[in-house]
Ligand binder design. Structure first.
Ligand SMILES: [Fe+2]
Ligand SMILES: [Fe+2]
Length: 209
């Protein structure tokens, strides 16, 4: 486990053991195990991104801290914080669990590091662009060990190609797979995910090929 040294916007006494316990109290055993798995992958991806290992672990622990909060409560908390809600978010409040977790981490743990708050907030829909830390948490969430192999294998393959853009390629692969799955299961798509997907497509120079 990486140590808290000095990180801007992170309380000096906030350690990963404390954060792990804080998260554990808010989640079912299954979801806690998921977070543990995301932390494991985040540690693996951080040197590749590259991003700070402690911040990657911290963000990974916190990303789903509000995953088990009811949709109506997520909407209420987002509205209270004056977040601008898209109609898809009003209908499917669970997509707000990232932004609400960021608000909660700020309020209850005193985290002011914007890169960490963004990584937590952006882990579900992605963002255009994402920092190295946000991409690490986004991909670690996709690659957690309990995810099905037909989803994770193409993402790992994109990463295994290496090179400067391999994280972007992996993000694009994950977004394409996620969007296909939403279409196949007849679920709503948040337009932000499409914008993010198109952004990475253009970044990688694949658009129109
Ligand atoms: Fe999540
Ligand atoms: Fe997650």
């Amino acid at each position: 486990m990486s140590k808290q040294q000095k990180h801007a916007g992170i309380p000096a006494d906030l350690g990963l053991d404390f954060v792990e316990n804080w998260v554990k109290q808010r989640l079912s055993e299954k979801r806690y195990r998921h977070c543990q798995g995301v932390v494991t992958v985040a540690r693996q991806l951080a040197p590749l991104a590259p991003c700070d290992l402690f911040l990657a672990e911290l963000s990974a622990w916190l990303h789903d801290a509000c995953k088990e909060v009811k949709d109506s409560e997520l909407i209420k908390r987002a509205q209270k914080a004056k977040l601008k809600l898209h109609p898809v978010e009003r209908l499917h409040g669970h997509v707000l669990h990232g932004p609400v977790a960021a608000l909660t981490a700020r309020k209850e743990l005193g985290i002011r590091n914007q890169d960490v708050l963004d990584a937590i907030s952006q882990h579900t829909l992605g963002h255009a662009p994402m920092s190295a830390l946000s991409k690490t948490v986004f991909l670690a969430d996709c690659l957690e060990a309990s995810r099905p192999a037909d989803y994770t294998t193409p993402i790992w393959e994109a990463l295994d190609l290496g090179g400067r853009n391999c994280l972007d390629a992996a993000v694009l692969t994950a977004l394409n797979l996620g969007l296909s799955s939403l279409i196949n299961s007849n679920k709503p798509i948040h337009p932000k995910t499409i914008d993010v997907r198109n952004y990475y497509l253009v970044q990688l120079g694949d658009a129109g090929r």
